[in-house]
Design a binder for this molecule. Structure first.
Ligand code: AMP
Length: 418
């Protein structure tokens, strides 16, 4: 479907053509007409599917058609990075219109507060906000959400995971009941449906690729002991000298520094940086900018980046460890092969991560190809198709396991398996 077929305003069509979107993606094709008709929409779609445009285009169409004034549209998101990114995309779409927008998020040292306050008091049309910061402004009394016509909850599953549910409920108390609500989530877990039941009215349900990585991603995995992982990165980079943008994910913030310095030690002249939620906002933006501009070849990140962040041209995503939440795997892997591009995702599985990885394979409904560890890295742990239950056979199995894996600190004894 082309965007012309959506019968949207010329000013939007022109901006869309400048953005080089040629045809609507499946979620856009399904959900935009419903949203344009004014329905509430509940969409199951991961990032990378084009979901941002799915809610921005109908909002902008309405603002143009009705010559909206003041704050009429609120987009609530889990992270500041996502807020900034949505605002940037919105600025693209609204380039030929009078629509104004502002990303409102915490973490800055005061400077931005006044600017955000001004956005509220001067009647900016679209606010893209993280829940905590929005509430902080709301408490000061100058935010007027009484004319909100469009409410979007983006990455609702993530917001629930991050414990924002009470904040969201509080915000809803300030917004008119008569409005259009669009909710996007990568998964449709029961608690998401529950939330949807309370805030959407007769929603149209749209489901795109139920939490599966985009088609263009080649996925593979290596079994590897923790001490083999940095050498494995070196090996992969040697095999792919043309890769210039590599994103490495780890679940733990404290690993970031050691991975970055180990990589720098092993690979001469490589540019590598880390990023996590511990970084100041300015620092985060600068690190991201350098990575986007390809000044930094390797970025090591926690899952803070795995949702929503849209950086084009990432050749390879490496999961240094297996994420705890299978949905995070989809998000991490989704950082490569954005839209129609090709990309590669490689996961390092240590013995203690096998069960987690099986859950991921169940979620994506296919096994991921396990590649043999290069011989020079030594022996890899063995992928076991049937995992022993920790309580059963404990005598033999635990002894064996303690002995074999003592060196890399992962004995899987009885007490550690809770
Ligand atoms: P999203 O899922 O909203 O994070 O979008 C993923 C990426 O795809 C972003 O870079 C969008 O700019 C891009 N994109 C969204 N819709 C289209 C489209 N119809 N054609 C080409 N690129 C698109």
């Amino acid at each position: 479907m082309t965007f012309e077929e959506l019968h949207i305003d010329e000013k939007l069509l022109e901006a869309i053509s400048y953005m080089k979107f040629e045809k609507a993606s499946p979620i856009q094709e399904q959900a935009i007409p419903l949203a344009l008709e004014g329905h509430d929409v509940l969409a199951c779609a991961q990032t990378g599917t084009g979901k941002t445009a799915t809610f921005l285009i109908p909002i902008l169409q309405d603002l143009i058609q009705n010559e909206a004034h003041g704050l009429t549209s609120l987009i609530i998101v889990p992270t500041r990075e996502l807020a900034i990114q949505i605002d940037q995309e919105l600025q693209g779409f609204s380039y030929f219109t009078d629509t104004t927008s502002k990303a409102v998020y915490g973490g800055d040292k005061g400077m931005d507060w006044d600017e955000q306050k001004r956005a509220f008091t001067e009647g900016t049309n679209v606010i893209i906000a993280t829940p905590g910061r929005l509430i902080a402004h709301l408490r000061l009394g100058y935010v007027n959400l009484r004319h909100i016509r469009h409410l979007v909850l983006d990455e609702a599953d993530r917001m629930l995971d991050m414990g924002f549910i009470d904040d969201i409920r509080q915000i809803l108390g300030y917004i008119p009941i008569k409005r259009q609500t669009m909710m996007f989530s990568a998964t449709m877990a029961p608690e998401i449906r529950k939330l949807a039941n309370t805030i959407l009215v007769n929603p149209k349900m749209v489901s795109i690729a139920i939490a599966k990585p985009a088609e263009g991603v080649t996925q593979s995995a290596y079994m590897a002991h923790p001490y083999q992982k940095v050498d494995l990165i070196t090996h992969i980079l040697e095999q792919n000298p043309d890769y210039d943008s590599i994103l490495i994910f780890t679940s733990t913030k404290r690993m970031i520094h050691s991975i970055v310095s180990a990589i720098k030690k092993k690979i001469r002249n490589v540019t590598a940086e880390g990023i996590s939620s511990d970084f100041e906002q300015n620092e985060r933006e600068e690190v991201l900018l350098r990575f986007k501009a390809k000044q930094t070849k390797i970025l090591v990140a926690t899952d803070v980046l795995s949702r929503g962040i849209d950086i084009k041209g990432i050749n390879l995503v490496i999961n240094f460890d297996v994420p705890k939440d299978p949905a995070d795997y989809v998000h991490r892997v989704g950082r490569t092969a954005r839209a129609d591009a090709k990309g590669e995702a490689v996961t390092f599985i240590s013995e203690s991560d096998i069960l987690r990885f099986k859950k991921i394979e169940a979620l994506i409904e296919r096994p991921v190809n396990k590649l043999p560890l290069p011989a020079e890295l030594g022996e890899a742990p063995v992928w076991k198709d049937v995992l022993p239950k920790p309580q059963r056979n404990h005598k033999k199995r635990n002894n064996h396991s303690r002995h074999k894996h003592f060196h890399h600190g992962k004995p899987k004894g009885k007490g550690e398996n809770k």
